[in-house]
Design a protein around this ligand. Structure first.
Ligand SMILES: [Ca+2]
Length: 266
């Protein structure tokens, strides 16, 4: 286990085991180094102390990424926040922020082996009589993810695009757009070695061993493909010889029945 150094506050440069902030508010331990587990607000499902503040570092072995799902239907004050970062602290890329009541489940996936979760609880004094308050989620280690997309639209490019991709690639993209109901893929350009270099699409996370929901390979004319989910993965595999320019795919969330890419144009 590497020694962990915290940058967000000097108190944390000491030791994980002391857990000063987490302990004061009854939070779960900061360091979460099991291959799977649950995280939740202090005292869950009962009310947590006003002003509660928790830090969590979910640390996987270096060959893995971390997947963390916060479940929906969570009652929280409007000024409660959960920040999720791809790395060790708040200097690392922000994957997303949840504020107040959480209606839909949200999944966050790291491209490093660490996910940093920061919970700021807000004022819970008016929730003392509420039967259930707070949030709960679960995490697990997953096979390495190379790129993560957390917004409602984005451009997914093969490595080096429009230059040739490399041989022997194993490259995973994860797209999670919690506010969307489904996602349209606009395959703008696609050219891989037919049958040997393939892009696999999986609903949810790749790697559970199931078969892919779709496979793309060869030289394809532009087309659209609808993914009936707001969370899916693309896994690009290339064999040991012959490469082409790869792919350029725009993904567009369908939010409240509207395609976010169309809205931007008008
Ligand atoms: Ca090839």
């Amino acid at each position: 286990m590497p020694h962990l150094i915290y940058r967000h506050t000097s108190v944390y440069s000491l030791s994980l085991s002391k857990d000063p902030c987490n302990h004061a508010y009854g939070c779960l331990p900061d360091l979460q180094s099991q291959s799977s587990g649950s995280l939740y607000s202090p005292n869950y499902p009962y009310v947590y102390p006003t002003g509660a503040s928790c830090y969590f570092h979910i640390v996987a072995n270096s060959a893995y990424s971390v997947s963390f799902t916060i479940y929906g239907n969570a009652t929280l004050p409007s000024y409660a926040y959960i920040y999720v970062y791809d790395g060790m602290d708040d200097n690392d890329p922000l994957l997303g922020v949840l504020q107040g009541p959480i209606r839909q489940a949200a999944t966050f996936i790291s491209t490093t082996n660490t996910l940093y979760v920061r919970f700021i609880g807000g004022d819970t004094t008016s929730y003392l009589s509420t039967s259930q308050i707070g949030w709960i989620g679960s995490y697990s280690w997953i096979n390495k993810v190379n790129q993560y997309f957390g917004s409602t639209s984005g451009l997914v490019l093969s490595p080096n695009y429009p230059q040739m991709y490399n041989n022997s690639l194993r490259y995973t993209y994860v797209i999670s757009a919690p506010s969307a109901t489904s996602i349209q893929l606009r395959i703008l350009d696609f050219y891989t070695e037919n049958n040997d270099d393939k892009l696999y699409l999986y609903i949810g996370y790749v790697g559970s061993g199931g078969s892919s929901n779709a496979t793309f390979t060869g030289l394809l004319a532009p087309f659209n493909y609808t993914v009936p989910s707001n969370f899916f993965s693309l896994y690009f595999y290339s064999d040991a010889s012959v490469t082409y320019r790869g792919f350029n795919i725009l993904y567009c969330g369908i939010v409240s029945g509207l395609n976010v890419c169309d809205q931007r144009k008008s």
